[in-house]
Design a protein around this ligand. Structure first.
Ligand SMILES: [Zn+2]
Length: 152
């Protein structure tokens, strides 16, 4: 192994999802290129301190793996957002349905009330008219009676 060579086997990874921004030691992350035969030029994240302290277990992460991680994280987030939207739509639909039921019940109640009132009004009006007709008929009958008694 050369001085700049490294591999995940020699430096067990510290759990760090997606793109790391800082090592546990507080140092910022820099990108390096691998020089081992099996990972030639493959780029990785590492802090500057780790360069000089080979025995310490500083953060190590392949950049390509970090990007795949990030894609998975975005995918998972997408999925969660889609589920949230579906749940929200379901809640809205439920609310709309219950509101429709409520309004329909209220309307039919009001309509019934109005119909009953209208029936009562028409009945009253009919009775009134019938009374007038009855009075008119009585008056006409009286006039006819008087007229016939005068002409006989
Ligand atoms: Zn470090």
């Amino acid at each position: 192994m050369t001085s700049s060579s490294t591999s995940s086997a020699h430096f067990p990874r510290i759990s760090n999802h997606g793109e790391p921004t800082r090592c546990w030691c507080g140092e910022g992350i820099t990108t390096f290129g691998s020089s081992t035969a099996e990972n030639m030029y493959r780029r990785f994240y590492r802090c500057q301190i780790a360069r000089d302290r080979k025995t310490e277990n500083h953060l190590f992460k392949w950049i390509d793996e970090a990007l795949i991680d990030k894609i998975w994280m975005v995918d998972a987030k997408h999925e969660r957002v889609a589920q949230e939207i579906t749940k929200f739509e379901e809640r809205v639909m439920e609310k709309v349905k219950s509101e429709i039921v409520r309004v329909e019940a209220e309307m039919s109640e009001k309509l019934e009330e109005k119909v009953n009132l209208e029936i009562a009004r028409v009945e009253q009006e009919m009775k009134q008219k019938l009374k007038i007709v009855t009075v008119a008929m009585v008056v006409v009958g009286e006039i006819v009676g008087i007229w016939t008694s005068l002409t006989v």
